[in-house]
Design a protein around this ligand. Structure first.
Ligand code: UD1
Ligand code: UDP
Length: 371
């Protein structure tokens, strides 16, 4: 069975590499990996850690890329790869433009698509934008749906998808086996200088398209206020390479001694710093899954989430992007020990760390039946 995995951004890579490693181990499978290169440095960082074999890199990233340029460039370039390799199945992940376009291109070649991390929904097509539409369209094209949770399965069923939905857990939990270590020594020296026992450290990430502009400014201004008034807190902010995000972060947070603006961390440093932090503030999807399973409370810098599981469990709270509300919510979690303790319990609704093996078994069983 020839399986082609296509991905192009950091979060897809973190969640697809564990699956690719399992595919590579299986003698009955030929694994082909095609990177779209929607990201460059941030993608390479992940691939280097997991040490997977890459067959193709479409290398499409441009400094000022738009949704249109990403779509057009991938669609044009991937056609030739699909025609040459003729895989039995193409695996895509989640909700990026890479995922949707790779699914569309595979459909044009009449190659079945397996959607990993299927069924996440906010049911609001502009939030997250364009991810909600990307995952709906990918789900419409896909033959096999690998849903992390039962809730994700229900979402797909509510859209009339009834066949080949499998609840497997999320491959992000599989990734921890490679990345999280006791007595870990950070590669980024600045992190080794922070005393995580003496200081309360808050890990911050923010990059989403719908937050760029006023919401991101609000986030940074709230953090600036919190950092200036309380020198016992250290904010650690690995900043996304998008120049618009970088400029805003540097302009508002650049000269505050207890705010550490860092270049993107590799995923080992990232998961291990997360496990040592007191609190996470983020608009990222992946962090909403990772931090709860490490027992770290999360405040979500968005107005809604497609990951309600940890919200229901009390570990994640959606606090929006209003400056005053962000400030108040962070203060409550930092000041009220009872509130904090209620949030800081390990919750893992996202599987047992064996999602990749389950996905491969399902693929093999189905291919066997179709022969
Ligand atoms: C993309 C995904 C988003 C995902 C995010 C993860 C889409 C539409 N968006 O958004 O769902 O949450 O990745 O990070 O698919 N850049 C670099 N080097 C890199 C990566 C990015 O310089 O390694 C800069 C480039 O200037 C690029 C810009 O960041 O043009 C934006 O990248 P892009 O992939 O378009 O958007 P993201 O916000 O990263
Ligand atoms: N991450 C990382 N280094 C960083 C910031 C994030 O390795 O400097 C990881 C993080 O742990 C998570 C993933 O990247 O696994 C999240 O990616 P991102 O926030 O870019 O995208 P999203 O999850 O929002 O789609």
């Amino acid at each position: 069975m020839k399986v082609m995995s296509v991905f192009g951004t950091r979060p897809e890579a973190i969640k697809m590499c564990p699956l690719v490693k399992e595919l590579e181990k299986d003698p009955a499978i030929k694994s082909i990996v095609c990177l779209t290169g929607q990201h460059k440095e941030m993608l390479q960082q992940v691939v280097d850690i997991f040490k997977i074999n890459i067959s193709y890199n479409l290398d499409i990233m441009r400094p000022q890329q738009t949704l249109t340029t990403i779509t057009v460039d991938i669609l044009k370039k991937i056609e030739e790869v699909l025609k040459r390799e003729k895989p039995d199945i193409v695996l895509v992940h989640g909700d990026t433009t890479t995922s949707f376009v790779a699914a569309l291109a595979s459909f044009y070649q009449q190659i079945p698509v397996g959607h990993v991390e299927a069924g996440l929904r906010t049911f609001n097509k502009y939030s997250p934008y364009p991810e909600e539409m990307n995952r709906c369209l990918t789900g419409r094209i896909a033959e096999y749906h690998f849903a992390p949770t039962k809730n994700n399965q229900k979402n797909l069923q509510s859209e009339g998808i009834s066949n080949h939905i499998y609840v497997t857990g999320n491959t992000v939990i599989d990734a921890f086996k490679t990345t999280v270590k006791d007595n870990y020594c950070f590669k980024r020296q600045e992190l080794n200088q922070i005393d995580f026992n003496m200081k309360r450290c808050v890990l911050l990430t923010a990059h989403r398209r719908e937050n760029i502009g006023v919401p991101l400014e609000n986030i940074c201004e709230a953090v600036a206020e919190l950092a200036k008034e309380d020198k016992n807190i250290e904010f650690i902010y690995p900043v996304h390479l998008n120049p618009v995000v970088k400029n805003t972060a540097e302009r508002i947070l650049g000269n505050i001694d207890n705010v550490h603006l860092l270049e993107p961390l590799d995923v080992e440093d990232m998961h291990n710093v997360m496990s040592r932090c007191y609190l996470v503030m983020t608009d990222s999807g992946g962090l909403q899954e990772e931090a709860p399973s490490l027992g770290v409370p999360v405040l979500v810098l968005r107005t809604e989430t497609e990951r309600p599981e940890a919200v229901e469990a009390g570990t994640v709270k959606v606090i929006g992007v209003d400056k005053e509300k962000i400030y108040q919510n962070v203060r409550i979690v930092l000041d009220d020990k009872e509130v904090y303790e209620k949030m800081a319990h390990a919750v893992n609704p996202y599987g047992d760390g064996h999602a990749s093996e389950k996905i491969i078994k399902i693929l093999k069983d189905n291919m066997e039946q179709n022969r």
